[in-house]
Design a protein around this ligand. Structure first.
Ligand code: ADP
Ligand code: MG
Length: 226
């Protein structure tokens, strides 16, 4: 049984048809990586699935909780780390405050940030901010965690720090959908890879299948990384 199912999704911004006919599914415990050139519709797809945007037609079947991690962290600058993590579980999910606090502290420990709960976002490195953002997403007890280019704003050292965190979540069988330009990471961590180009899914399969594809657009895209 799929946890998430997307069928024939279409989305335009005025004349610009951004998602042309997208169908995909994600099973429980699966890691799906979405790759593809800039402007191919990857963020729009995530935004439609997570209801930040609305599709023109098609169907999205998912009735769980999701967590979202963005490229530029999106932490609340005027809240400290602990409040960034606990705010939504307490205010939106109406969960017990003591339970949420204890969950948040466990997550901070897991992210190696147990000494940072009082810190404000601007006092943290990009890698630390992104780890807070991952802890914040996990505090919602999500069924699926969505990442939109989680390392694109980070330099290489901080990038690998975040990729390790995501790899550990995969080892714990967290269901994840990850838009990334980190090709070797996608190859190693993904159960399934989707290559998007110009609003279409051009290739879909295991990393082995997708990375050995004969498709011209796919090879052109991969050629830019190797
Ligand atoms: P990707 O994440 O693959 O780089 P995006 O989904 O961000 O691609 O963008 C795909 C296309 O949709 C681009 O042409 C972009 O300009 C357009 N687009 C995205 N969001 C909006 C928006 N809110 N309004 C108008 N056009 C948008
Ligand atoms: Mg994008």
């Amino acid at each position: 049984m799929s946890l998430l199912e997307v069928k024939n999704l279409k989305k335009s911004f005025d004349e610009n048809v951004v998602l042309k006919d997208i169908s995909l599914s994600v099973d429980k415990g699966e890691v799906l990586c979405i790759i593809g050139p800039s402007g191919s519709g990857k963020s729009t797809l995530l935004r439609c699935i997570t209801r930040l945007d609305h599709e023109d037609s098609g169907k999205i079947d998912f009735d769980g909780t999701f967590g979202l991690v963005f490229q530029d962290f999106n932490l609340f600058p005027h809240h400290n780390v602990l409040k960034n993590i606990t705010n939504a579980p307490i205010k939106v999910q109406k969960r017990d405050k003591a339970e949420v606090l204890s969950t948040a502290r466990d997550l901070l420990k897991k992210m190696g940030l147990e000494d940072k709960e009082e810190a404000y976002p601007h006092e943290l490195s990009g890698g630390q901010q992104q780890r807070v953002s991952i802890a914040r997403a996990l505090a919602m007890n999500p069924d699926i965690l969505f990442f939109d280019e989680p390392t694109s704003a980070l330099d290489p050292e901080l990038t690998s720090e975040i990729l390790v965190v995501i790899r550990n979540l995969a080892a714990e069988h967290m269901t994840m959908v990850i838009v990334t330009h980190e090709m070797s990471f996608a190859r190693n961590v993904a159960d399934k890879i989707i290559f998007m180009d110009d609003g279409y899914i051009i290739e879909e399969g295991t990393p082995e299948e997708v990375f050995s594809s004969d498709n011209t657009r796919m090879k052109e895209f991969l050629g830019k990384f190797y």
